[in-house]
Write a protein that binds this ligand. Structure first.
Ligand SMILES: [Zn+2]
Length: 463
């Protein structure tokens, strides 16, 4: 038995780990690396193993940094199953199609430059056809069910509490009579997040493979997300500005909408229009509506009132590009939620052109901003930002609400592992910037975890 770390090793994106048991190769996640365009393109197109040799894929959740390279895997010969929860499967349908469009547009942009320089054009990472073929390989396994995914490998999903459909994967490995329990956390959410159930802590693990995004950080204690949201929206409205919330289309957008809905129901906000400007968000919200089996008790109870948790009369989902452009002419205060979450692409960039230079407006950060992203520059209060090759002053107010984070912080992770009957013999920390993962490793060692490794990209370990 061995594990080979190919992505999200000493970084936060590109989740991809190859497990070998009884000669079968099982890929845990197959995500896109996100970062500087050229580096990302090169990393994503060179898979460090033969896709045709991968037996099956286990997918922890639908976020693109975990699922986004699956169509390329199919394009290059992978013919196995992609095992995930039913909600993850349905979300991937929209997210991977959207990703194919982004890949095609990105390459057009790069190729226009290459052609001017007389260079040969690049091909996109994958096309919509690849996505459709890849989607046929998906198989939804409900939480709590046990299935065999390779010779000597049984799998069960439990709640990860990170986004709709997100799972902690429990694998029982048996190679020549040697048995190991391996727990792969995927991304772990925070307790008491809206809509979905809390993360279910594992009780037994010989090998723990965990994320470490907030390995050395704590979320501000008891941030009252709703109160903060109310404060920011009300203050911006009073100034006559707009609130722009960059948010990933799936997960964060629905959480923000849920909180805004509650505020309107409580009449805690003055009337103002709210726009979710993303076709993907609109489609993903339909998937949220179709999967009440993932909801927590509070959301189920809310459903009994007959109201829709994801829609209310002040809220408009915008699919058409024309309607999105029309928002530019809106002269009244409004809340605009648009993707992408780290402001790397998507409609949020068009809104930034108007909103960044406007001191009455607010850019409200509700998620993690990775290194080298525009979102990180904005969050750090850059004086100006570059959009579509032009410089814009950043005069809007920058506010942040940390309580909406989709990731457990250091202490929440430690408590999550604290339910294990005994510390795992081996722990591997992935999905974190190096400093975060290394600090969490120290922290866990000090709490009796005998061997904690922070693998480097390409590193391989015998289990
Ligand atoms: Zn995630």
């Amino acid at each position: 038995m061995q594990i080979h770390f190919h992505g999200a090793a000493r970084t936060v994106t590109g989740s991809m780990h190859l497990l070998e048991v009884n000669g079968s190769k099982l890929l845990l996640d197959c995500g896109l690396y996100q970062g500087k365009r050229k580096l990302a393109f090169e990393r994503n197109r060179s898979l460090p193993f033969k896709p045709s040799e991968v037996h099956n894929v286990v997918l922890s959740h639908a976020h693109i940094d975990h699922s986004g390279n699956l169509p390329q895997l199919t394009r290059n010969g992978f013919r196995g199953r992609i095992v995930c929860t039913p909600a993850t499967r349905d979300l991937c349908e929209w997210m991977l199609r959207d990703s194919a469009h982004i890949q095609e547009r990105d390459v057009e942009h790069v190729n226009a430059k290459r052609l001017r320089k007389g260079q040969a054009p690049f091909e996109p990472l994958y096309l919509e056809d690849d996505v459709e073929r890849c989607l046929e390989q998906f198989e939804g396994i409900p939480y709590g069910h046990e299935v065999r995914v390779a010779a000597g490998v049984a799998l069960r999903f439990e709640d990860a509490g990170h986004m709709l459909g997100s799972a902690v994967t429990h694998l029982e490995l048996d190679e020549a009579g040697r048995r190991l329990k391996l727990v792969f956390t995927g991304d772990v959410g925070r307790p008491r997040a809206p809509i979905i159930r809390d993360p279910a802590p594992p009780r037994e693990a010989d090998v723990l493979l965990s994320e470490s995004t907030y390995g050395d950080r704590l979320h501000a204690a008891d941030v009252d997300v709703k109160a903060r949201l109310r404060e920011v929206v009300a203050a911006t409205r009073a100034r006559g500005g707009k609130v722009l919330i960059p948010a990933f289309s799936v997960g964060r957008t629905q959480n923000v909408v849920y909180h805004l809905h509650q505020l309107f129901l409580e009449r805690a906000l003055p009337p103002l229009p709210i726009f979710v400007d993303s076709p993907l968000s609109a489609n993903a919200t339909d998937v949220f509506r179709a999967h009440p089996e993932c909801y927590d008790a509070e959301t189920l109870k809310f459903l009994e009132t007959g109201k829709d948790p994801f829609g209310f009369h002040r809220l408009t989902y915008i699919r058409e590009a024309e309607a999105s452009k029309a928002l530019n002419d809106l002269r009244i205060p409004a809340v605009i939620i648009a993707a992408s979450g780290m402001m790397e692409s998507g409609r949020v960039l068009h809104h930034l052109k108007r909103i960044a230079p406007d001191p009455r407006s607010t850019i409200l950060i509700v998620g993690y901003m990775a290194e080298h992203t525009l979102g990180r520059r904005v969050a750090e209060g850059a004086e100006a930002i570059k959009l579509f090759g032009e410089e814009y002053p950043l005069r809007a107010q920058i506010c942040e609400i940390s309580g909406l984070s989709g990731h457990a912080d250091r202490d929440e992770l430690t408590r999550f592992f604290g339910r294990l009957k005994a510390p795992p013999a081996r722990t591997f920390l992935v999905h974190g910037e190096e400093s975060q993962s290394l600090k969490l490793a120290e922290h866990l060692r000090a709490r009796g975890f005998p061997r904690v490794d922070v693998p480097c990209p390409g590193e391989r370990f015998a289990l």
